[in-house]
Design a protein around this ligand. Structure first.
Ligand code: CP
Length: 313
């Protein structure tokens, strides 16, 4: 595997191998010295054309814990603000002897375009409304920790599906791993081609969470309402959205006791998720963030050290 541009690049065995490697990388988090040597002398550039807190920092930490040199380049403060094209920027950065580019961009397909121009490895760190493969991997890692096997597990993904690269990557990966997914959202926030996705679809959150539509739910993933990608009215008001699709304290009680609450972040508290749900016992939001470092270490390790390399802790 040269690049990770989509979860479609991962067959089931490869996805599970990455999750297994991440579990080994995760052991590092309990150590005082969090450093392994395998990527010593390698250079990784985080090329971010869109804002990020979790993805950029965790890729930086992941690269550094594997002893790579990691440089952050963002659109703000770079020559992109002087009008340099995506191609020229990518070729310029890659020409500096870079081994991997980790790319975030607001345009769907941007990471794949860059992969066609440069010789180094490219990791998609989120491209428009298309995909966010390492987010799906870290979500799968978190679910595996809480639920064990994926086979026949039922995951509800709720909210602004239309604008969510996280939803698309999760549906594909969870389906590939053997889980069942139900997407829940208002009709205006379900993409037009969703009928062709390998999942069920519902507009009724209460029916899904209570198991009346599609059977018991093993986990619920709330999605951010992506106001910055919306032009026009997708719902009458934030209050009505919260009433229909927010994870309120009352809705939490509809879930089975074992079911964790996930959110990729950043969260709009009081809109798609209440503080009771975000901070309660069921919330695994910070476990997802922690898993992000281990999973990104596993991805960088696999791409740069090779699929046959062993993690020596
Ligand atoms: N989940 C996620 O991609 O968060 P950031 O935008 O903070 O990276």
């Amino acid at each position: 595997m040269k690049h990770l541009l989509s979860v479609a690049d991962l067959d089931r065995a490869t996805a599970l191998e990455i999750l297994d490697t991440a579990a080994r990388m995760n052991m590092l988090q309990d150590r005082e010295v969090k450093k392994l040597p395998p990527l010593r002398g390698r250079t990784i550039v985080n090329l971010f054309f869109e804002d990020s807190t979790r993805t950029r920092s965790s890729f930086e930490i992941a690269g550094k814990w594997l002893s790579a040199d990691v440089i952050n380049v963002s659109a703000k403060g770079s020559s992109v603000s002087k009008g340099e094209s995506l191609r020229d920027t990518a070729l310029t950065v890659a020409a500096m002897g870079v081994d991997a580019l980790v790319v975030r961009h607001s345009a769907s397909g941007a990471a794949a375009r860059i992969a066609g121009w440069v010789d180094c490895h490219v990791v998609n760190a989120g491209d428009g409304t298309h995909e966010h493969p390492t987010q799906a991997l870290l979500d799968a890692y978190t679910l595996r920790q809480r639920l064990g096997d994926f086979e026949d597990r039922h995951v509800a993904i709720v909210g602004d599906i239309t604008h969510s690269r996280v939803a698309r990557s999760n549906v594909l990966l969870l389906h590939n791993l053997g889980a069942r997914v139900t997407l829940v959202g208002p009709p205006t926030l379900l993409p037009s081609g969703v009928a062709g996705w390998p999942c069920d679809v519902s507009w009724d959150l209460d029916a899904v969470l209570s198991g009346k539509a599609g059977g018991d739910v093993d986990a619920v993933m709330m999605l951010r309402v992506q106001r910055e990608r919306m032009s026009g009215g997708y719902f009458p008001s934030e209050r009505e959205y919260a009433i229909g699709y927010g994870l309120s304290p009352e809705r939490l009680d509809l879930l089975g006791e074992h079911a964790p609450v996930l959110h990729p972040g950043p969260m709009n508290r009081g809109l798609e998720i209440s503080s009771a749900a975000a901070d309660g016992d069921r919330s695994v939001v910070l476990s997802q963030v922690k898993a992000g470092v281990s999973v990104r270490m596993a991805v960088l390790f696999r791409l740069l050290a090779g699929s046959s390399a062993e993690v020596v802790l």
